[in-house]
Design a protein around this ligand. Sequence first.
Ligand code: SF4
Ligand code: SF4
Length: 399
Amino acid sequence: MEQSKHPGNPQSEKTHPETAHSKNITSENTHSGGLPPADDTSGVRPPRILAWETTAACNLACKHCRGSSTLNSATGELTTDEAKKMLRDIRETGTPIIILSGGEPLMRPDIFEIARYGTDLGFRMTLATNGTMITQEIAQKIREAGIQRVSISLDGRERTHDTFRCIPGCFSDSMRGIQNLNSAGVEFQINTTVSRFNVEELEDVHAFTKEIGAAAHHFFFLVPTGRGAELSEFEISPEEYETALLWLYGISKKTTLQIRPTCAPHYFRILRQKAKEEGVEVTPKTHGLDAMTKGCLGGISFGFISSIGDVNPCGYLPVLAGNVRKTPFKEIWENAKVFNDLRNYAAYKGKCGDCGYKTVCGGCRARAYHETNDYMEEEPLCSYVPPGYALKQARKTGK
Ligand code: SF4
Ligand code: SF4
């Protein structure tokens, strides 16, 4: 299965969070540049990006899969009519980007009918796929359904990718899919899941992504849930995380591709720290979309809808906000407790609670949840110690 669930998702690019920019499958542009006040409360805003897990079925068995997909669909997946009703309900909130994810969305026979329906409702429809099923005919159907961008997962060159995806030959199959998209004139981006498997190869994967003509390269940082939970040993340490994000910051200044770290919220802290060192103010002019978005978007401007209609802040945070079969999406989006908790930065705990960067970063709420069972707790993979927090700790311990 693919990963975008985050954010989404060891992750399936299918459900990861992302954007309102017309060229972006997943980043948003609601945040102004500079460091907002630490006690800022975001309140309810319209969703910018929604990932729908169209099916739990997948033709691959990737080690890092968010949803532990199988060849078979889950019982009770939304029907075509239910999916269309869900899209009409979402339309009541605005026109967020819709990411059709999975599992593998191309396993769903009505995927193009639903994509066309969403396009006609005015959504920017995107597709997150492993690419292995994209024949010339499918690429044509993708185009005809009005799908504006396809994200394809590539975690490394052939050997690394096939090992991580557990299917020999799937790299070649994905490359064939990319060629077919190119021939059909469909824009695509590459999603790479960063883990100990490939952290040394990122530079090479990025160069390759440029060579094959991608419009963007998104880096998904492993969130160990689903099948990925067995991969905790492949999760990078806070120090390796910091190094990878600093590398990404350096690349962002030289590359011609749009890049985005996903589910790596503290990138936006690093970006501001580096800009300060360089004496540069973070504005759309100096940092483009990065100046207008924030780290964790889950529940704030991004949401995830599972194959059976459950709504969560993201594909990695299994806290139920509601179900679209029982409650109109708008009502869930505006009233669910978990969403309103996540929008209240003043209630964040631990280091994140005392952090001056919390409104541009926010820490990964899913990692906090998996570590402590409390999604408001601090992000466990951030090495930054906010001065206010250090002072409090020193007072507590008398040191
Ligand atoms: S909670 Fe974590 S995995 Fe989910 S959207 Fe936020 S950063 Fe990504
Ligand atoms: S302490 Fe939390 S809010 Fe601050 S930079 Fe780290 S993860 Fe982000």
